[in-house]
Design a binder for this molecule. Structure first.
Ligand code: FES
Length: 197
């Protein structure tokens, strides 16, 4: 993740953003172009931790921010989403997140510090497209057993609302969870480990 300034990564990020904007019910944080960034914004792009205000995030909605040249999603789950998150789920490839694609403190069925908030890298683990947020269950497009999650239209990979990959799709593993912590009830720091309040 340290090579965020490479042009190819910049192009991939912009492609990802275009796809994310097509998602359902999203809140989009405006990302300035590099040429108009202030020094502090350039530092963020280079990999410094970033701070996200989640005070206005409504249940069921999500926010996209940039960290190290990649989109990071913050989803606020509804009580129903939390309830629908199963420990064991036959349709998932790695339901217990045994593979090392998240910090140890998010190695649970929610892949979260707080089940109400999901923080994920919005980059498909197949070839790097940005999946779409499809939170509604029973989607005609995605099948009647769809419980909500993320769908990558590039080659059809599916992930549940914890970012856990479905079996039999091109993506080889779960979406990555970056290091993060809650600096306060309404503030998440992404990009470093820390003690949550
Ligand atoms: S890049 Fe997502 S399925 Fe291929």
């Amino acid at each position: 993740m340290s090579d965020s300034n490479k042009p190819s990564n910049r192009r991939k990020f912009l492609t990802n953003l275009t796809q994310v904007m097509g998602g359902v019910g999203g809140i989009f944080a405006v990302i300035p172009f590099l040429s108009t960034m202030s020094p502090s914004e350039k530092a963020k792009s280079a990999g410094a931790p970033i701070e996200i205000d989640i005070s206005s995030l409504r249940p069921g909605s999500y926010k996209v921010v940039e960290w190290r040249g990649k989109p990071v999603w913050v989803v606020r789950r509804t009580p129903e989403m939390i309830e629908n998150t199963l420990e064991e789920n036959d349709i998932l490839s790695d339901p217990k997140s045994l593979e090392d694609h998240q910090p140890s403190y998010t190695k649970n069925k929610y892949r979260s510090i707080n089940p109400e908030y999901l923080v994920l890298l919005g980059v498909c683990t197949h070839l790097g497209c940005s999946p779409l947020y499809k939170p509604n269950s029973k989607s005609a497009e995605l099948g009647l057993d769809w419980k909500g999650g993320f769908f990558c239209p590039c080659h059809g990979s599916k992930f549940d609302l914890s970012g856990r990959v479905h079996s039999g799709v091109p993506a080889p593993y779960n979406l990555e969870v970056p290091p993060y912590y809650f600096a306060s009830k309404d503030k998440i720091i992404i990009g470093e480990d820390g003690e949550s309040v």
